[in-house]
Design a protein around this ligand. Structure first.
Ligand code: NAD
Length: 377
């Protein structure tokens, strides 16, 4: 079979780790008789430098007509002073919006060979670590109405703020003011809930829905809809947890969680927290899924400008993202298993990139790590 994959490698270590994922995919193609065709497109700072736009229309179009997107990472100090709409991050935010990628799946696991890399006590992770964070990706406070204004003589011109400042106690006084609004619709909550319950059925049948329903109206809607959905999934256990407690429980006893489902901002924070307990940020993949099989796959880390171009980046997160792509978008689970087994073999044989290196291990660079993993396929 032939598969069309759009590749947006991006900036910093993005191109380095993505090339290794492609090397491994090519080996999978040879072994299993598939052809992966890559359409490489610009995105992020690299695209801004070349075209003046961090997400050119040609990139959106190529991603839209592909079977799946393999994404590297975008951003870096070079572009930090640009105004918001021209910043490299627009590439990933824009693609999520344009391609309808509303469900972000982040598996959090710890290879037993790397147990020492987790900052958690051994007893908390003795039984391993295997959580799936399902984060809503296109709604909530990141995309709600937002604005800034200046209060002069107790008044502002922005109509949303004007209706708010009367309610502020004590009165705000003059000066600058800004707002961001958390908005969720029933449709948005329902579809992410379905994604979480469906994922739980393929795992250990547990969903913890994380919200702040004691304070936020949008969280009360969220909680109510999760309860309604639960009626369709009676075999799945549903629990609710406030986000502050969830942040604490993840450190205290991570194995109480199977699937965590939460909104955009809480998911952003909790998934990074979970990643840290799994050892290095260089190990964890992610999928951002639309309705149907289409998805964008990327490592959870950023462009790591501090190590870019030094052959020090760990390509495993990117390689495992390619495995997720095979499983979720291309329905090639045997091939995905082969990639995961190859990564395990690489670690079992003592190979480590600098971020996870220990005294007795064999230190390898980005490229050698990719070659070794490809050879274990
Ligand atoms: P980062 O993830 O790039 O780096 C954090 C730390 O982890 C750094 O010390 C880095 O060297 C290390 N690290 C990251 N990936 C690694 C890997 N594969 N192997 C070994 N070490 C690795 O986060 P940051 O420093 O906060 O952000 C750098 C840039 O990346 C910023 O411009 C940020 O906006 C961007 N960013 C992009 C994305 C994305 O493209 N989706 C995500 C997060 C951050």
């Amino acid at each position: 079979m032939k598969y069309n994959i759009a590749v947006v490698a991006g900036d910093g270590i993005g191109p380095e780790v993505t090339e290794e994922a492609i090397r491994v995919l090519d080996r999978v193609g040879e072994r299993f008789g598939h052809t992966f065709l890559y359409d490489r497109k610009l995105g992020g700072g690299a695209a801004y430098d070349e075209t003046g736009d961090p997400l050119p229309a040609s990139t959106i179009e190529a991603c839209g007509r592909s079977d799946a997107v393999l994404f590297g990472a975008v951003g870096g100090p070079k572009w930090e002073k640009l105004p918001g709409r021209l910043r490299p991050e627009q590439a990933v935010l824009g693609l999520r919006k344009e391609l309808g990628l509303y469900a972000n799946l982040r598996p959090v696991f710890l290879f037993e060979e790397l147990a020492d890399a987790s900052p958690l006590k051994h007893e908390s992770i003795e039984a391993g670590l295997d959580i799936l964070v399902v984060r809503e990706l296109t709604g909530g406070i990141y995309f709600g109405p937002k604005g800034t204004d200046t209060i002069e003589d107790g008044r502002v011109s922005d109509p949303v703020l004007a209706s708010c400042i009367d309610a502020l106690s004590p009165p705000p006084g003059d000066g600058r003011i800004a707002y961001d609004v958390e908005v969720y619709t029933e449709r948005e909550i329902r579809r992410i809930g379905v994604a979480a319950f469906a994922a739980a059925r393929k795992r250990r049948n547990g969903v913890v829905s994380v919200d702040k329903a004691n304070v936020l109206e949008s969280s009360r809607l969220w909680r109510g809809i999760m309860e309604e959905l639960h009626e369709d999934y009676p075999d799945v256990k549903l629990e609710h947890m406030y986000v502050d407690n969830a942040a604490m429980q993840l450190i205290r006893d991570p194995n109480q969680f199977d699937v965590i489902v939460t909104n955009n901002i809480f998911g952003d924070i909790l998934s990074d927290e979970s990643a840290r307990i799994a050892g290095s940020i260089g190990m964890l993949p992610s999928a951002s899924l639309a309705d149907g099989d289409f998805g964008l796959y990327e490592p959870i880390h950023g462009s790591a400008p501090d190590i870019a171009g030094k052959d020090r980046a760990n390509p495993v997160a990117s390689i495992l993202s390619a495995a997720m792509m095979l499983r979720y978008s291309l329905s090639l689970s045997k091939e995905a298993d082969a990639i995961e087994a190859a990564v395990k073999a690489f670690l079992e044989n003592g190979f480590r990139t600098p971020d996870i290196c220990v005294d007795w291990s064999v230190r390898v660079g980005t490229r050698e790590a990719g070659e070794l993993i490809a050879n274990y396929i």
